[in-house]
Design a binder for this molecule. Structure first.
Ligand code: FDM
Ligand code: MG
Length: 215
């Protein structure tokens, strides 16, 4: 199906968030296929984007190859979003919907879980593009840990994930859609799909792009 006549319509910025092992990445993939099959232009993005210079520093930190001060790594995660901000805007304005696996909310949730001040954590994120939709895949840290266990990366530990879960709760607002991540995958897929398509249509109808945490 071709929708080339819709090329001037903007794409939607859809973000999936959640604890490690909540099923985010596989739901992003399923949603990508669905939107693509509807004839729309769609791309899957993820943060951290480990392919850039900044991303390589982040990756080396996450795999415990380097140590960095908590503030420093926070700012690198943020810089990793800023370095892709203008590309993100041009993709959206040219009609491509972006499905993004983690965004600024991960930035704030993970860093504030270490004890950094929430407002300090939010500051460098202000002015990034605001998502049109945030879907939070909700799972308890204990259930997530049962799912085949965590990998070896920094942060993939139950005690820390409990703190991250609390931080996420503090960040969620009325624009977030919460989906029970313990439902069967197909049920989650259907819910995510319906929420996403409603959002995509609103963006096609001219919902303006806005900025995150911007006064
Ligand atoms: N993470 C991710 C952060 O701490 N801050 C951020 O801004 C982002 C985007 O990096 F533990 C953490 C969350 C996770 C780790 O992410 C790597 P993936 O999705 O597991 O690769
Ligand atoms: Mg992970």
């Amino acid at each position: 199906m071709e929708r080339s006549s819709h090329i001037d319509l903007r794409g939607a910025l859809i973000v999936l968030e959640g604890l490690d092992r909540c099923g985010k990445t596989s739901q992003c993939g399923r949603l990508h296929s669905y939107i693509k099959e509807s004839g729309r232009s769609v791309e899957s993005w993820r943060y951290p984007d480990r392919n850039t210079g900044v991303g390589q520093m982040i990756s080396s930190y996450l795999t415990n190859q380097t140590h960095l001060d908590d503030h420093t790594i926070h700012l690198l995660f943020s810089a990793n979003r800023w370095e892709k901000r203008s590309l993100m805007e041009s993709k959206l304005r040219s009609g491509t919907t972006l499905i993004v696996d983690r965004y600024a909310f991960s930035g704030v949730a993970f860093s504030s879980a270490k004890g950094l001040d929430v407002e300090w954590c939010k500051a460098p994120e202000a002015g990034l593009l605001a998502p049109d939709l945030v879907i939070y895949l909700d799972i308890s840290p204990e259930k997530a840990a049962e799912r085949g266990g965590y990998g070896v990366e920094r942060y993939e530990q139950l005690e820390f994930q409990k703190k991250v879960a609390d931080s996420y709760k503090m960040l969620s607002d009325s624009t977030w859609k919460i989906v029970d991540a313990t439902l069967p995958v197909e049920d989650i897929e259907k819910k995510v799909r319906d929420m996403a398509m409603e959002c995509v249509v609103m963006c096609e109808k001219g919902k303006p792009l806005s900025k995150l945490w911007h006064n």
